[in-house]
Design a protein around this ligand. Structure first.
Ligand code: ZN
Length: 429
């Protein structure tokens, strides 16, 4: 039995939480008994749930493993992550998703829910064994070719139809491939000045519009990965106004960073640390994404944690890998972009980083409100802390963060997974 003393649930009045056998047994004042942990007035949130994590195992264990990735997740306050399918081999069969699921059970510092590929080998030619993955021990409910777009409309329609049988969802990486051939950064004023091939907003927006229409046509569930443009927000707002079952995510980096960092940043011009897919967009896009996350048009924050080894990032811009690590800075970036700006309170953050992602992924034991009888998945967060981001302190195997040296607000103090601490005093247990 553990009693966590002096925490503020969703930023409310001070309270104590008694945890017994993995469950929140009692919430009240002056609780005692068992092991006592001083919460120090930290904000208590339901354990965070990430719908979009790249754990890289199997195949790229030099970038991340299930063990290091889930350590990174726990340090970021996460109690569950969805592991994307673009591994090697691709997670496109029951065998591979079960392998990842087992690695999660054995080495995970949080729950690991494998995402299944939509198409065999992510090649966009033939549907993967969606039903077999859904029926497997991994019980896959989220399917995505993330990293690539399911651009064939017939395949996308079939996938949307297929997942209805088991209440699954297709999570689309919306990127029209022909419109983004050779694209290096957001298409706009900055790409023009730098002479880099542009990545037009319409390449994202055209796929989102098509997929919303397809999902409505077959009466299925669509989830839009990492929305990055103001136009995408408008399309999703329209789809939701029709009552269609469309959800969307935004990454922390798209809520904070803009494309002019490619030209001028604290780490110089053309620094591939800012190279990411979808690309960083403009200030106007960032403002639209923040407003959309605040008003619910965008449902959730998902990290798109994309670890890469140094040699894949510290190279010339055009050759560098796309992506950023994000698990250990997500909550701080959301505080900076959404809470400090008055757009969200802690209850709003809990909805968008725990409850709703768990619902989209159809996870039963995660994302529940901190109430008596709920599983004790709890994140304790001190929003008054100020931290200079030091990638060498990351639990992730990779260091490709755009926030190095930046002072960000807040610090994850502790994380509890079904009552068991995975992080205490900011350190892995
Ligand atoms: Zn993606």
């Amino acid at each position: 039995m553990i009693v966590v003393k002096n925490v503020r649930i969703l930023g409310g009045e001070p309270a104590d939480i008694r945890i017994d056998q993995g469950v929140i047994a009692e919430i009240g004042q002056g609780l005692s008994g068992g092991e006592e942990i001083d919460g120090g007035g930290a904000v208590a949130l339901p354990g965070l749930v990430d719908l979009h994590t790249h754990l890289r195992e199997p195949g790229r264990e030099d970038a991340e493993t299930v063990q290091t990735g889930t350590r990174s997740a726990a340090r970021g306050g996460y109690t569950a992550v969805h592991a994307m399918a673009n591994t090697s081999p691709v997670a496109d069969t029951a065998g591979v998703v079960e392998q990842v699921w087992r690695l999660g059970r054995e080495f995970g510092h949080c729950d690991v829910h494998p995402v299944g590929a939509v198409t065999v080998g992510l090649e966009g030619r033939q549907l993967a064994e969606l039903g077999a993955m859904a029926d497997s021990a991994a019980r896959v409910r989220v399917f995505s070719d993330d990293g690539r777009c399911v651009d064939d409309a017939v395949l996308m329609r079939r996938a949307l139809e297929y997942v209805k049988a088991f209440d699954g969802v297709v999570a689309q990486h919306a990127q029209e491939p022909r419109l983004t051939q050779g694209a290096q950064m957001n298409e706009g004023v900055v790409s023009g000045r730098l002479g880099l091939t542009g990545w037009p907003a319409v390449a994202e927006e055209a796929i989102i519009a098509r997929d919303c229409l397809l999902a409505a046509h077959v009466g299925s569930r669509l989830h839009v990965c990492h929305v990055s443009t103001a136009g995408s927000v408008e399309i999703i707002r329209w789809a939701k106004s029709k009552g269609w079952d469309v959800t969307a995510e935004v990454t922390p980096h798209h809520l904070l960073l803009t494309d002019d960092l490619v030209e001028d940043s604290p780490v110089g011009a053309y620094n591939p640390i800012y190279k990411v897919n979808p690309p960083l967009r403009t200030r106007a896009d960032v403002e639209a994404l923040r407003a959309a996350l605040a008003d619910g048009t965008i449902d959730i924050v998902a990290t798109d944690h994309a670890p890469h080894p140094v040699e894949d990032k510290e190279t010339e811009w055009s050759a560098a890998a796309m992506g950023m690590v994000g698990l250990e800075t997500a909550l701080s970036v959301v505080q900076e972009a959404m809470v400090e700006t008055g757009l969200l309170d802690w209850a709003g953050v809990a909805q968008r980083m725990s409850a709703v992602p768990a619902r989209i992924g159809r996870l039963s034991g995660q994302g529940q409100p901190l109430e008596e009888g709920a599983p004790a998945n709890i994140t304790l967060y001190d929003p008054s802390a100020r931290t200079v981001v030091d990638p060498s302190a990351f639990a992730s195997k990779s260091r490709n963060t755009p926030y190095e040296g930046m002072t960000l607000p807040g610090r994850v103090v502790a994380t509890f997974l079904r009552g068991r601490p995975t992080v205490l005093e900011g350190k892995l247990v």
